[in-house]
Design a protein around this ligand. Structure first.
Ligand code: NAD
Length: 254
């Protein structure tokens, strides 16, 4: 088992990529702390893992709220004594070119995607620093590297997360903590289904054109990203530090 006895915390793991990763980590022997803003989805993920014989605990928290994140981390430390892996996965989409985006909508995307990465790191890092061990995985996106139409706020956040990852790696390498980023292409999750439904008059046509953008000929699936997260979480990636890992069906380099 590749994560035997590891304590892992995955934000936003009630759905999509986070949920698949929680399930995979549990199958690989990890204790999985499922976090989500949505109580029902988070509980369901943890219950499914336990029914399948895995070890999971759901802790509701809002990654944008310092008290909420501090309480989440305190709960995990009180129960398990440590956090080996933090996967900052929670995120929301933002649609529109700059002139179309309302300031409040801009701020919401910044808050969830950037502050929501900063806060779990802030409260988990002291525990990892004390033990001189840990792996942090930040969810960026291939949109940090390529321009896509009407995704201004979202692309700005994912570029910021990639830059943050590199900066963090320099600060925490002396503590034997690795910090890497995942850059998925388009992955078929509720996040993308909502985006297609809300942004296009003809979502099916938009889906077909998204598929054509991939060298792979199809969109990715949550497990494609979960497998990459597993690699970054495990000691197999011990020489990866501050790196972007692309899981994009060839979109960036194709
Ligand atoms: P999803 O919508 O299926 O899951 C995201 C989860 O995050 C939801 O369960 C949601 O409740 C939770 N969440 C949102 N705000 C939160 C908050 N404040 N506190 C705690 N939890 C919160 O989305 P997904 O497609 O699985 O995306 C997961 C991550 O992957 C996001 O960061 C997204 O930007 C990134 N990503 C997705 C794709 C894609 O194509 N799906 C591509 C690149 C990057």
């Amino acid at each position: 088992m590749r994560l035997h006895n590891k304590v892992t915390l995955i934000t936003g793991s009630g759905s999509g990529i986070g949920k698949s990763t929680a399930q995979l980590f549990a199958r690989e022997g990890a204790t999985v702390v499922v976090n989500d803003l949505a109580e029902d989805k988070g509980q369901e993920t943890a219950e499914e893992i336990r029914r399948a014989g895995g070890n999971a605990l759901f802790v509701q928290a809002d990654v944008t709220n310092p008290e909420s994140v501090q309480a989440l981390v305190d709960t995990v430390i009180a129960k398990y004594g440590r956090i080996d892996v933090l996967f900052n996965n929670a995120g929301i989409s933002g649609v529109g070119a700059i002139h179309e985006v309302e300031p409040e909508a801009w701020d919401r995307v910044m808050t969830v995607n950037i502050r929501g990465t900063f806060l779990p790191c802030k409260y988990v890092l002291p525990h990892m620093m004390q033990r001189k061990e840990g792996s942090i995985i930040n969810m960026s996106s291939c949109i940090a590297e390529i321009g896509l139409a009407r995704r201004a706020s979202y692309s700005a956040t994912k570029g910021a997360v990639l830059a943050l990852t590199k900066s963090m790696q320099v600060d925490y390498a002396p503590y034997n903590i690795r910090v890497n980023a995942l850059l998925p292409g388009t992955i078929l999750t509720p996040f993308v289904e909502n985006y297609l439904r809300n942004s296009y008059d003809n979502p099916e046509e938009a889906y077909e054109s998204l598929k054509k953008r991939q060298l792979s000929g199809d969109l990715g699936r949550p497990d494609d990203v979960a497998q990459a997260a597993l690699f970054l979480a495990s000691d197999e990636s011990k020489f990866m530090m501050g790196s972007p890992l692309y899981i994009d069906g060839g979109v960036v380099f194709g």
